[in-house]
Design a protein around this ligand. Structure first.
Ligand code: PGA
Length: 252
């Protein structure tokens, strides 16, 4: 049985004061002992420690939006997996399409980051997804196949047992366009069978595959009924805790 994960990615929004206010509001809204889903928020690096202080004894977990794969050294501006773990992070988002698009991330760097995350006991959320052009030219499955195979190259199923995947069609991120639930389910099913082919049935059955791209309170229910969708990665709609709570609480 896969426990759904509802994850919020705050991207480059909120200074520390705003981040703390948002976290306090979220914790106030979520009844103590909620265990129906796992919940995660990923503030910017600068607010991780302060947000952790707010959520540490609640059911909300902390996530980071990126990491660097080296343990330490002369890598100005980078943050290692151990540094993230020391702030209280449990999850880390890896290979988000904005990082691939604006910061030159490749499947090869994604692969190094996945390894670094798991070695530091962080749960990686590996983001994959096709562009509008790739979908139009019917390359969706080949693009995803390559992102998964190269991103997880040389890893074993046992090593990857905590891995979370997030299918985020690039054309649906921040655009207000959501994949239809059928489109999303088709891709999630494809990803699960790909994981089965590469890593075996056990990982395929247990791996959580999130959907991301313009998830909102009014479309979450339809998304979550799909059998291969095990949660969501929410950008814009996670910035306001009341809105995010309506997503978390979709089956109320
Ligand atoms: P969005 O972002 O919900 O604002 O579309 C999703 C994401 O980038 O993870």
């Amino acid at each position: 049985m896969r426990k759904p994960l509802i994850a919020g990615n705050w991207k480059m929004h909120k200074n520390s004061t705003k981040a703390v206010e948002t976290a306090i509001r979220l914790v106030d809204l979520i009844p103590a002992g909620t265990t129906q889903h796992d919940i995660m928020i990923a503030p910017p690096f600068t607010a991780l420690s302060q947000v952790y202080e707010i959520i540490k004894s609640t059911c909300v977990s902390l996530g980071a939006q990126n990491l660097y794969w080296e343990k330490k050294g002369a890598f100005t501006g980078e943050i290692s997996s151990e540094m993230l773990a020391s702030t209280g992070c449990k999850y880390v988002i890896i290979g988000h399409s904005e990082r691939r698009q604006y910061f030159g991330e490749t499947d090869e760097t994604v692969n190094k980051k996945i390894n670094a995350a798991i070695c530091a006991d962080l749960i990686p959320i590996l983001c994959v997804g096709e562009s509008a052009q790739e979908r139009e030219s019917e390359k969706t499955f080949s693009v995803l196949d390559k992102q998964i195979k190269n991103g997880l190259d040389n890893c074993s199923g046992d090593f990857l047992k905590t891995l979370v995947l997030a299918y985020e069609p690039v054309w649906a991120i921040g655009t207000g366009k959501t994949a239809t639930t059928e489109q999303a389910q088709e891709v999630h099913q494809f990803l699960r069978s790909l994981i089965e082919k590469i890593f075996g049935n056990q990982l395929a059955k247990s791996i959580r595959i999130l959907y991301g791209g313009s998830v909102k309170p009014d479309n979450i229910k339809n998304i979550m009924v799909m059998p291969d969708i095990d949660g969501v990665l929410v950008g814009g709609a996670s910035l306001d805790s009341d809105t995010f709570y309506n997503i978390i609480n979709f089956n109320a």
